[in-house]
Design a protein around this ligand. Sequence first.
Ligand code: NAD
Length: 736
Amino acid sequence: MTYKNFTVETDAEGIALITWDMPDKSMNVFTMEVMDEIEAIVDATVADAAVKGVVFASGKSQFSGGADITMLNAISRAMEEGRAADPAAATRRLFDAAGRMSWLWRKVETNGKPWVAAINGTCMGGATELAMSCHARVASNSKSVKIALPEVKIGIFPGAGGTQRMPRLINTQDALQIMTTGQDLSASRAKALGLLTEVVEPDNLIPAAKELLRKGVDPVAPWDKKGFKAPGGAMWTPQNVQLFSAANAILRRETNMNYPGAHAILKCVYEGLQLPFDTALKVEQRYFTQILQSTEAQMMVRSLFVSMQELGKGARRPAGIEPTKFRKIGVIGAGFMGASIAYVTARAGIPVVLIDRDQDAADKGKAHSEELIKGGIAKGKTTKEDGDKLLSLITATPDYSALADADLVIEAVFEDRGVKKTVTEAVEAVLPESSVFASNTSTLPITGLAENSKRPGQFIGVHFFSPVDRMMLVEVILGEKTEDKAIAVALDYVAAIKKTPIVVNDTRGFYVNRCVFRYINEAYDMLSEGVPAIMIENAAKFAGMPVGPLSLNDEVAIDLSYKIMKASIADLGAASVKEHHMALVDKMVTDLGRLGRKNQKGFYDYPPKPAKKSLWPGLKDLYPQKKAEDVDFAELKQRLLVTIALEAARTVEEGIVTDPREADVGSILGFGFAPYTGGTLSYIDGMGIKTFVALCETLAAKYGDHFSPTPLLKDMAAKGETFYSRFDPYRQNRAA
Ligand code: NAD
């Protein structure tokens, strides 16, 4: 029998080596076809008397990335088809589709012959679940081995036996932690926990797996034997009663119960461990079916799995332009941002010229990379050798002639039109005609800056977020004259440094900062209404934001807000900034010298470490305070999310953001917009545009016009549309 995705070779001793190597993919993933083939292989090896045992291995450099998008699409089709006519039958179909993988792994586990998984690299989600259904697991000690059940990160949970096998293999507390955080395990950690049978040298992986079979692997799982006890003990033991009280409390603290997928993990483990294995799998399947139907799971899968992958793979890259191979990249301005941009570029293996006004300033910028590398070595994340290699790629100099063979130059000099003009001219005097010039400006429109350029078609915005080495998003901004070639080069660069791009049209604040400042402005409104600051910050966290608006304002600096407001008034008139916002910021900056974290005093006080920051008590004296019981906390949460989502909707209406995937992914990666919503526009789509419009109207009546629903939203509500139907990102593909 031959298979498309597998080869099966049985040796003289009766060990069948199954090698998974999908011909058209760089990474093995589960598709419907792969599952069908695995099922056929199980049947064939069971039927073949010559086969005594099976080794399941990968023919690629990694083991498997888990489920493919097409699998999830098949599941969601099962969910939608015929639902209107017969909802019960549709749910039944979903239940069956959701259980397909789970029961297949159960078939592997109970096939009667021993299977050993040989894990050579990344092993994610469904692949880890398959490995756990094998009767033994060997992994190589290579650094590339990462074992995880990361489903919770996209709103679902390990629903193919993961929640049942893991706490039967390792202790309950570790299993809960691993599944509710989705963390990666190295081979040695997985072995120490009891998840792996053996860890061996990479060259010895298959021989070691075969050797285990020769020595004898029990083909019956421990939990299928009488008297089995989970390593963490029975659920009713005092230690587990304590564990689950704590686990529920921790889950509440970490997620504010915004993530049904994470909560379902606790339920599956708690209920499943009290049941025989097959019944436990059925309970898991039921919860999985329920979670798949939740708005949170649907929105998170779409934004954090599908859209993120599509944008990362260049969904917005113009067609027909050769991929760029970067020989050299220039970074001008070796300050806070430029130094970090040089670091992430060199980390991607690309030579960088880092330029500042003099050698000292340029060297200082390069020293930032040295610091990051030192930190990485101390944490065991990098080696001295790799660090030295990275540093050798960065040339720090004040000499612009070093840019003569650069493919792309990114300026990150002072936020000053005059300085940017001087730098643009100096760069273009030496830069090849065909190369691209990018600005990392955070506030100056790209079209205006492009006027300083002799070739505005090659001029583009490449907007990083701080801290650059950790923030995954890059906003690519198109000036009026930016040409496709510049977009392609910018997107190739973002892909090379392994970040996710969104492409937006030019506007003041671009996409991310427009949204962020709405968030901060709403907090200013709340403060001036007398809402206690702690309630504002907590409402944000309960709504799912990673950082409260006042804390965020301290990070970006209150004097920066002040500058931006003044620039807005100068360019757009006094009405563009609310008077009480200006009064608050003016008081903080001018009267009180409270600039934010940078001078250790802003909305918070920042005492020397190890003391923690705390809200500045003086805030209470700025406005007459409301009593906590007179504040509608649920409404605070809504206001913070709605004001951001509404701004995102405006950017779509204005043609700034053209693809809803970018608004969603940009909002989650750019400022952590409540990830369980799937992002700003999915938040609106998720509750339904009609409901959102009604909510905006209620808030507008109470808190002002900035909550008024826009004409686009009203039109969409009337027509029963969603952002993903009206601005369907797949329209072209569907038409083709
Ligand atoms: P910074 O002051 O830390 O660094 C600016 C650097 O530019 C300094 O090292 C300075 O010596 C150098 N410089 C000034 N004039 C120069 C010239 N003529 N030639 C060469 N070098 C010159 O500022 P920053 O925070 O890194 O910001 C830089 C740019 O990045 C700004 O446009 C800013 O809006 C943008 N930005 C900043 C952030 C942020 O969080 N700070 C985020 C995104 C974008």
